[in-house]
Design a protein around this ligand. Structure first.
Ligand SMILES: Cc1cc2nc3c(=O)[nH]c(=O)nc-3n(C[C@H](O)[C@H](O)[C@H](O)COP(=O)(O)OP(=O)(O)OC[C@H]3O[C@@H](n4cnc5c(N)ncnc54)[C@H](O)[C@@H]3O)c2cc1C
Length: 417
């Protein structure tokens, strides 16, 4: 089959990867001159297979008012004259129930464990270099109440297949000696050995390289803006681009936060809205002072991943429209937090700041698969977990195109309206 993959972020590339393995004639269309130059560029680098609980949960609502009022809060809301932003918020609030959160977590774990298997299989078979490490993750808690709540969840998480253990502060430092510098802030931690980390941009360029070089029939149309999806009598008949009209048998919509804008003229309202986040990449100055294991600072909602000689720090979630400018205040907050937690990890003179828009649904679940148009499939809306879920979602797309039953049930991941 002739297939156009729309968007060369990690979602589009993983789709192209599995579609090419099925022998299809695949072309990836991307507006930038290279792959993964938007949200897949400098994300947190965590392959967070066991931490997939949705952002919308029963514990979030009481925290919202103080978060929204504080300048250095991990979550920020800038109201816009955009009813889609407000509808997203209402759906988010409606999803903040225990029942919905548990259901979503169970569904997401099935998808993330499937993705872990495929990612590890690919890493082992292809030997691609993207600063990948199977180093596990430690969530550190600075408050007794949050640590107690996390410990209470351990049995439930175990029943869902997550291997985790609770550690006291000294055990946390023994596991990750770089934490010694912030020992006084730690009450305890939850260790998950089965988590990985890697550089998403390098992963994407490595996939692109393999897809181009190994004789698999994948072409890349870079620097090509998609302006419209063309439809006629309930069918997608092509896409209008800056390089002319392109036609195919199937179209995979993987345009990240731009997916809704391109789907809207087809009568499809995708519940995806940007959640802006920030990252810093810092060259490691003192190897022993920078964590090797991935760390999440639960209170500050900041994640740390060691990517070779670099420390990647990421956090913040700003519901503030499509603005992609870097807010220096947000970077300063993040930098203060790194200096406070790992003061000797870097000399802080060569930081690379970045921001990106997470394509988020109110439920934190991606949108996968069928649309009312037989030719159009969705692979978008992965929110904070696009790198983690990429391989599973890519494989599911290939299964659907081939008419195979996906290994993970799609209930909860399909377009609801
Ligand atoms: C601060 C931050 C930290 C994060 N940390 C993690 C993490 O630790 N682990 C994790 O799993 N995930 C993380 N994420 C989430 C992850 O980065 C995203 O879910 C993922 O990158 C989304 O991939 P995508 O391919 O859907 O979107 P994108 O990477 O944005 O790709 C979409 C592509 O479509 C192209 N495009 C859009 N419109 C058009 C058009 N009209 N014509 C042509 N091309 C177009 C864009 O140029 C882009 O290349 C983080 C995100 C942020 C912002």
């Amino acid at each position: 089959m002739k297939i156009l993959v729309l968007g060369a972020g990690v979602a589009g590339l993983a789709s192209a990867w599995y579609l090419a393995r099925d022998g299809h004639d695949v072309t990836v269309v991307e507006r930038h001159s290279g792959v993964a130059l938007e949200t897949s560029y400098a994300n947190g680098g965590q392959l967070s297979y066991s931490y997939v609980a949705p952002l919308a949960g029963p514990g979030v609502l009481p925290k919202l008012p103080p978060w929204l009022l504080r300048r250095d809060s991990p979550l920020r809301f800038e109201p816009k004259l955009d009813w889609r932003q407000w509808r997203w918020c209402l759906e988010f609030v409606a999803a903040c129930t225990q029942a919905q959160s548990d259901l979503t977590t169970r569904r997401m774990l099935a998808l993330s464990f499937y993705s872990r298997g495929l990612m590890r299989e690919t890493v082992d078979a292809e030997r691609i270099d993207f600063r990948y490490a199977r180093n596990g993750k430690l969530i550190i808690h600075a408050e007794q109440s949050s640590f107690d709540a996390a410990r209470r969840l351990l049995d439930y998480q175990r029943s869902l297949g997550c291997e985790q253990e609770a550690l006291d502060a000294d055990q946390c430092v023994a596991l990750e000696p770089a934490l010694a510098q912030m020992r006084s802030r730690i009450v305890g931690g939850i260790h998950t050995p089965g988590e990985d980390a890697g550089d998403c941009y390098r992963f994407c360029t490595a996939l692109e390289g393999r897809l181009r070089d190994e004789g698999r029939p994948v072409s890349f149309l870079l620097g090509t803006e998609i302006t419209r999806l063309l439809h006629w009598r309930g069918r997608i008949i092509g896409i209008e681009t800056s390089a002319g009209v392109l036609e195919a048998d199937r179209y995979i919509l993987a345009l990240g936060t731009q997916s809704p804008a391109l789907a809207r003229p087809l009568g499809l309202e995708l519940p995806v809205y940007p959640l802006k986040g920030y990252s810093l990449s810092l060259p490691v100055a003192d190897d022993a002072a920078a964590p090797r294991i991935s760390i999440t600072d639960f209170k500050r909602k900041v994640v740390y991943a060691r990517l070779g000689e670099e420390l990647r720090v990421a956090g913040m979630a700003d519901l503030a429209g499509f603005d992609t400018r870097i807010d220096p205040g947000r970077i300063a907050t993040l930098l203060d937090q790194v200096r406070d937690s790992f003061p000797k990890a870097s000399d802080f003179s060569r930081i690379k700041p970045w921001c990106g828009l997470r394509p988020a649904t109110p439920w934190s679940t991606p949108l996968l698969g069928a649309t009312p148009y037989r030719e159009l499939l969705l692979n978008t809306g992965h929110g904070a977990l696009g790198f983690t879920l990429a391989m599973g979602c890519g494989r599911i797309i290939a299964d659907l195109v081939a008419g195979r039953e996906p290994a993970v049930p799609l209930e909860g991941f399909m377009l609801r309206r």
